[in-house]
Design a protein. Structure first.
Length: 98
């Protein structure tokens, strides 16, 4: 499994907007071929900190996600709501097996 954890720090006045934009991106993403998980996590300690947990069966399916309309809309919409650029970290998912 090909997994990405995306860390995002959102400006306090855009937290609600960010959550809604992520909800819409999530709904599109879980319909994609090869998607296994697309979780949106908000820090319990700091509501401006988020992690997007994206798991696909392959790097190709993850790359295809970046070509979707819902991802492009999310990326454009949230760009100015971030305190700093988002950071993605790649992982090889071991368990559960894809």
């Amino acid at each position: 499994m090909f997994t990405t954890l995306v860390h995002v720090h959102v400006k306090p006045n855009h937290v609600t907007d960010f959550i809604e934009a992520c909800r819409l991106n999530h709904l599109g993403s879980i319909q994609e071929e090869g998607n296994r998980r697309f979780d949106i996590l908000q820090s319990a300690d700091d509501p401006t900190q988020f992690v997007l947990y994206e798991a696909y069966v392959s790097a190709e399916c993850a790359a295809a996600h970046k070509q979707t309309a819902h991802y492009a809309e999310w990326r454009e919409k949230v760009a100015n709501w971030m305190v700093e650029p988002r950071e993605g970290y790649l992982y090889n998912g071991l368990f559960p097996e894809a």
